[in-house]
Design a binder for this molecule. Structure first.
Ligand SMILES: O=c1[nH]c(=O)c2[nH]c(=O)[nH]c2[nH]1
Length: 307
């Protein structure tokens, strides 16, 4: 929210971060479903008087925002996607309060997964998986929407079919060229959907949950290649690009994707004492590291679309 205040430009927003909520649904056959969300809300609203004139009469209390998360979670009578919940919440803030012009709702979902016991899906037992599903809805009073989904913490590694050659060599370069190395990363992905209004998003239940799983599969499958032979990666940059391109190629309603792929180095181990070599590296013993790490990121968008 930008204003002119006492001869200055002034921008402000306020909200509540990391409101944690879990919601359970139970179907008629006794099967339970659970989601656990950490919800962050930020409102652009006309409440400049609270900053400059000690007048709070236009403030939506952040405590009220927190309560709204629980009230809306209660109102949801059926399991829904984290995207749909973020849109519902954001719609509430922009339509209910005349002061609020834009609501930004970001949610991180904990990866609770149904367990199987003796090969059978358990009715009410869950274990924590690894990577997280995220969603961000930015909703304006007009109903204009920006919807972004993402994955955080998707750890991937392959033990071969990776190399790095032909890079700049100068007086500080020591890294040998190689066509045989390990490659490991922790993917953070953010993709923007092309729906531009709260009225134009697909109504199919769990549409975005399914999409999330499909995007994740395309990213993972592209990273690894076919199970027997894999696919050669000449650089993290090249693999990242292939992953982004495959996503836009496969999903027409995704307009752009940002990928962050740190290069988590596994260093060759060579150990020698004065008179013998204890360990000679033969693509077998590595020192895993997490810092320093390479940082490689890019955004791929269709023409005319923004991230
Ligand atoms: O895939 C890679 N990309 C780089 O930019 C880079 N830089 C580096 O030292 N190793 C690698 N590997």
């Amino acid at each position: 929210m930008a204003n002119q205040v006492e001869g200055f430009d002034f921008e402000q927003r306020h909200g509540k971060e990391r409101v944690r909520v879990a919601r359970v649904w139970k179907n008629k056959d006794g099967r339970h479903f659970i989601v656990e969300w950490s919800v962050s809300i930020s409102l652009l609203s006309d409440c400049v008087a609270s900053y400059v004139r000690d007048d709070n009469s236009d403030i939506v209390a952040t405590d009220t925002m927190k309560n709204t998360v629980y009230a809306k979670a209660k109102e949801c009578s059926e399991l829904l996607s984290v995207e749909d919940f973020s849109v519902e919440l954001a719609k509430h803030f922009t339509s209910f309060y005349k002061q609020v012009t834009t609501a930004i709702v970001k949610i991180v979902e904990k990866p609770w997964e149904r367990v199987s016991v003796d090969g059978q899906p358990h009715e009410h037992g869950f274990k924590l998986g690894s990577e997280k599903h995220t969603a961000e809805a930015i909703v304006k009073k007009s109903g204009a929407l920006q919807l972004t989904s993402g994955i955080e913490g998707l750890s991937l590694l392959k033990t071969t079919q990776s190399g790095f050659e032909g890079f700049i060599r100068d007086k500080y370069t020591v890294l040998p060229e190689t066509r045989e190395r390990m490659v490991a990363t922790e993917v953070t992905a953010l993709w923007r959907y092309s729906y531009e209004s709260v009225h134009s998003i697909p109504q199919k239940p769990l549409y975005f949950s399914e999409k999330y799983l499909n995007v994740k599969k395309v990213l993972v499958d592209t990273f690894f290649g076919p199970p027997k032979v894999g696919v050669y990666s000449p650089s993290v940059q090249s693999t990242l690009y292939q992953m982004a391109k495959a996503t836009l190629g496969r999903f027409p309603d995704i307009s752009s994707i940002q990928l962050k792929m740190p290069n988590l180095h596994f260093l060759p181990v060579n150990l020698s004492s004065k008179d013998n070599q204890i360990v000679k590296f033969a693509d077998d013993v590595y020192l895993p590291t997490d810092e320093p790490h390479g940082s490689i990121q890019a955004t791929l968008s269709r023409f005319w679309s923004k991230m």
